[in-house]
Structure formats: structure tokens, C-alpha cells
Design a protein around this ligand. Structure first.
Ligand SMILES: C[S@@+](CC[C@H](N)C(=O)[O-])C[C@H]1O[C@@H](n2cnc3c(N)ncnc32)[C@H](O)[C@@H]1O
Length: 258
């Protein structure tokens, strides 16, 4: 899968699908206290999964099972990795290829690890996330801020402040993704890249309804659609960087600030 964002057909009808689909996904889990992060069985997406390309978002697209403030869910640190080593290496390789050495990088929806290549020095790496303890433990961050993007999609950064931005295994939690990515275009300089990566795991109660009814290919097309809707991003690419030997798949959507 390596394509550019093109024509879109309507999203599937979400009515009655949200709650029904989740149990089918929960075939694997990593326990974090009472929170389970689940993934789909490879090759067995839920029966209603759709990779249909899209125009417009259905009314319930961004509803979540847990609509409590995100600050509650992220009130305690999770010093874990959310994808396996092979998938992390794929993220790191993308960053190695796409973020300029010596540049300023924004790690959006960050935690205690940024997955940046260890051998590369950046002028400045800034993290934005929900848990102060996680962000404080991140050795790559020169600065960080706790900021709820679902409450306030506008980013607390200056115009053109960054040479690139990463958003790893978290885009499925955004309820206003187009607004966030539109403002991200403001803070990334012309020619800088956004690298949005994801696998097939999520915290199901915090992922948006639309994520649950799409399969892997549908997720890739959805995220490309977000970038196209946001504006300011060109050369949108959809990539499958899943490691050859199996394990967690790794998909990416990349855009260049136009
Ligand atoms: C699955 S973790 C991924 C963390 C990290 N990017 C990584 O690759 O390991 C989800 C991250 O999204 C962040 N996040 C979730 N909801 C958010 C929100 N409303 N605003 C900002 N960040 C959020 C959390 O702080 C958490 O670090």
C-alpha cells in the first residue's frame, strides 16, 4: 500500500455498529491496571469492517464509549510500549528517513518514549501529551506540555516552530482530528513532514466509533482523509511498513507541509 489520497466514497453507516463490533476485536490484550488494549486477529477484521474510501463523516463517527474527560483516563502513568519491537523499529526508520537531523521535532500525543533514531541529534524535541509523569520520563524531550487536544485542538506553539511532527499510535483517540491536523500545519514549517503511524491495537473505550468499524486499510484511508480535509498538507502518502517477519503491523500516513 503506497498511494496518494484520491477519490472518496461515503463512510459506512455507523448506526448500531459501535458496541457490537468491539467484542470481536478483543482477541488479544495487554493489561494496564483495569485498562485493556486490544487488537484484531490478523486477517480477521470484524465482519462489518470496511475500507471504503470516504466523503464526509457520519454524525456518530467521533463518539466514544468512554466520554469522560481524557484527563481521568490518563491520570496515572503507563510506562509501557504500545506496539512490539518490530513495529517500533519501523516507526523509528520512518523518522530517520523523514525528519531532518538538526531540526526541531514535535512528538504529538507523546509519552515516555518518542521512537526517534538514537544516533540522530535534533536541535529540539518537544512533547505534547496527557500525563506529566510519562512526559517527564521521556529522555528525548527538551520540553513538554500537558494539553488535551480533544478539549482544545489548537496547539500551544508558534507558527513554523517545527521541522517535522510525529504522531504515533494515538490518532484514533482524537475526536477533532481535522482541526488538530489543520493547526499542526500552522506550527510545521513549509516542507516539513507529519508522520502519523498506527497499528491494530487501541484502548477500545477511548478510540472513536469510526475506528472500530474500519479495517487496517480503512484506517489508513481515514487518516489520509483527515490530512486532506485539514488543508495545508500536500504529497499525502499511505504506507504499509509492517515488519516482514510478522508481529504488530505498522501503517503510516505522511504529509508534507505545503
Ligand atoms: C497509546 S499512547 C501512545 C504514546 C506514544 N505516542 C507512543 O508511541 O508510545 C496514547 C497517547 O496519546 C495521548 N493522548 C490521548 N488522548 C489525548 C488527548 N486528548 N490530548 C493529547 N494527548 C492525548 C496520551 O497522553 C498517550 O501518551
Amino acid at each position: 500500500m503506497a498511494d496518494s489520497a484520491g477519490d472518496w466514497a461515503p463512510f459506512p453507516d455507523l448506526s448500531l455498529q459501535y458496541h457490537k463490533d468491539r467484542p470481536e476485536e478483543a482477541v488479544g490484550a495487554r493489561t494496564q491496571g483495569e485498562i485493556r488494549e486490544t487488537h484484531r486477529r490478523p486477517g480477521h477484521p470484524p465482519s462489518r469492517a470496511s475500507s471504503a474510501p470516504v466523503t464526509g463523516f457520519p454524525p456518530d463517527a467521533f463518539r466514544r464509549d468512554d466520554e469522560a474527560p481524557d484527563a481521568e483516563f490518563y491520570s496515572f502513568p503507563r510506562l509501557v510500549t504500545h506496539i512490539d519491537d518490530g513495529a517500533i523499529a519501523a516507526v523509528t526508520q520512518l523518522y530517520r528517513e523523514l525528519f531532518p537531523a538538526g531540526g526541531a521535532v514535535l512528538d504529538l500525543m507523546s509519552s515516555w518514549v518518542s521512537h526517534l533514531p538514537p544516533e540522530v541529534t535534533y536541535r529540539r524535541v518537544v512533547g505534547l501529551g496527557m500525563n506529566a509523569e510519562e512526559l517527564a520520563a521521556n529522555p528525548r524531550l527538551a520540553a513538554w506540555v500537558v494539553h488535551d487536544l480533544n478539549e482544545e485542538p489548537r496547539l500551544p506553539f508558534a507558527d513554523g516552530e517545527f521541522d517535522g511532527a510525529g504522531l504515533c499510535v494515538s490518532v484514533d483517540y482524537l475526536v477533532r482530528p481535522v482541526e488538530v491536523l489543520r493547526d499542526l500545519a500552522r506550527v510545521v514549517r513549509v516542507g516539513g513532514r507529519v508522520v502519523i503511524t498506527f497499528s491494530n491495537r487501541c484502548f477500545p473505550t477511548k478510540a472513536i466509533a469510526l475506528w472500530h468499524v474500519l479495517d487496517d486499510a480503512g484506517h489508513v484511508e481515514l487518516v489520509a482523509r483527515y490530512l486532506a480535509e485539514a488543508g495545508g498538507w500536500t504529497g499525502i502518502e499511505m504506507l504499509d511498513r509492517s515488519p516482514a517477519g510478522g508481529g504488530d503491523p505498522l501503517f503510516a500516513v505522511v504529509g508534507v507541509r505545503g
